[in-house]
Design a protein around this ligand. Structure first.
Ligand SMILES: [Zn+2]
Ligand SMILES: [Zn+2]
Length: 150
């Protein structure tokens, strides 16, 4: 769906700011903070972006989410909600994963309606930068990175 179609289906008027926020989120490969949305929407004041975010939240077009090990509140399109992230424990970068690790879970006496999964680890950049002394090896270096991150 385009930004205009999303606004139409929510019964919201088209404005440049609303289109800009939706486009920023649909073009991103991860949930964005208000500041990141602002950076990606040209010619809109940060206060306007916040107001626009509030309107879109109210209409259920976007959802806010907090992500462990990452500071701040992130926003994503409601249509994207069933996506999972991989988060690097070293640089804290995150990105969407295209697959769902659990498509179907059956539990006795419990009906699953939704789930939330985040994967933690190290991105390629951080692994390449990680010091791996011969005596310790990469596993020990990774353990050190994990204890630094926690
Ligand atoms: Zn990283
Ligand atoms: Zn899933």
């Amino acid at each position: 769906m385009t930004a205009i179609e999303i606004l139409n289906s929510a019964g919201l008027k088209r404005t440049k700011q609303r289109e800009a926020v939706i486009s920023a989120l649909s073009g991103a490969n991860k949930p964005l903070t208000a500041e990141e949305i602002y950076e990606r929407s040209q010619n809109a004041a940060l206060s306007t972006i916040y107001r626009t975010i509030d309107t879109l939240l109210e209409k259920g077009i976007i959802v806010s989410t907090t992500i462990p090990y990452s500071d701040g509140v992130f926003y994503e399109l409601t249509a994207n909600e069933h996506r999972h992230y991989a988060i690097c424990l070293s640089c804290r970068r995150m990105r969407y994963i295209n697959v769902c690790p659990i498509r179907e879970t059956r539990l006795d006496d419990f009906t699953v309606t939704s789930h939330k999964i985040e994967l933690y680890g190290y991105c390629g950049d951080c692994l390449a930068k990680a010091p791996a002394p011969k005596s310790q090896g990469r596993a020990a270096a990774n353990r050190k990175m994990i204890s630094n991150a926690l």
